[in-house]
Design a binder for this molecule. Structure first.
Ligand code: ZN
Length: 199
């Protein structure tokens, strides 16, 4: 990753983390994601009735090649006295971004929105749907199902933290069953890349 790209991803990640977005209160994050997508030149950007932000790269078709999803909400802060950095400070320290939701999944959301948005359009084959969904921490998959109903795709990539290893999702219809890999996320393992360190 180039230094400028890394700075842009980390910068957006920190902006996202500073916005407290408990399930049902994702509006400010949604507005920021939507603004970022428009500035990056996504071909279509919409916010649906649930509050999901959907960016389209490529022509709008009846079936896109792939969808990438990262949720915008976070769980409440627990064990506040044990946090070594203020949960919504998005402090950059020890080569990491610290804060609630950094690993799960605002770091992924920032990388997804920026990384795909900056790809030269000729590189992408077909149409790609980028979904920033609401309420995943409350009802996993329900908001994404709404997105996929309106934007059918062949494949879905869920950008949950898995220690940089791939897990496979299986299922039929709009709701996908996530088969968790037999490993735990290793947030510290991400620190060398100046990526998020804690959720
Ligand atoms: Zn998550």
């Amino acid at each position: 990753m180039s230094a400028s790209l890394e700075a842009k991803v980390v910068g957006l990640c920190r902006e996202l983390v500073r916005l407290d977005s408990l399930s049902g209160r994702e509006q400010r994050v949604a507005e920021l994601v939507s603004k970022e997508m428009r500035e990056l030149g996504y071909d279509h950007v919409e916010t649906d009735e649930l509050g999901n932000v959907v960016g389209i790269l490529g022509a709008q078709t009846t079936q896109a090649s792939a969808a990438f999803d990262a949720h915008m909400d976070v769980v409440p802060v627990s064990d506040a006295p044990r946090w070594t950095h203020e949960p919504f400070s998005a402090e950059l320290a020890e080569g990491c971004v610290w804060g609630r939701g950094t690993t799960d999944v605002k770091g992924s959301l920032a990388a997804l929105v920026v990384g795909l948005g900056l790809l030269p359009r000729g590189v992408l084959q077909g149409t790609v749907v980028v979904s920033a969904s609401v309420g995943e921490e409350a009802v996993e998959g329900l908001a994404l199902a709404s997105v996929l109903t309106r934007h059918p795709v062949k494949r879905v990539v869920i950008c949950e933290p898995t220690g940089l290893r791939l897990g496979w999702a299986t299922g039929a219809g709009p709701v996908y069953a996530w088969r968790r890999p037999a490993w735990q996320p290793t947030p510290r393992g991400l620190s060398e890349a100046s990526m998020p360190c804690t959720s």
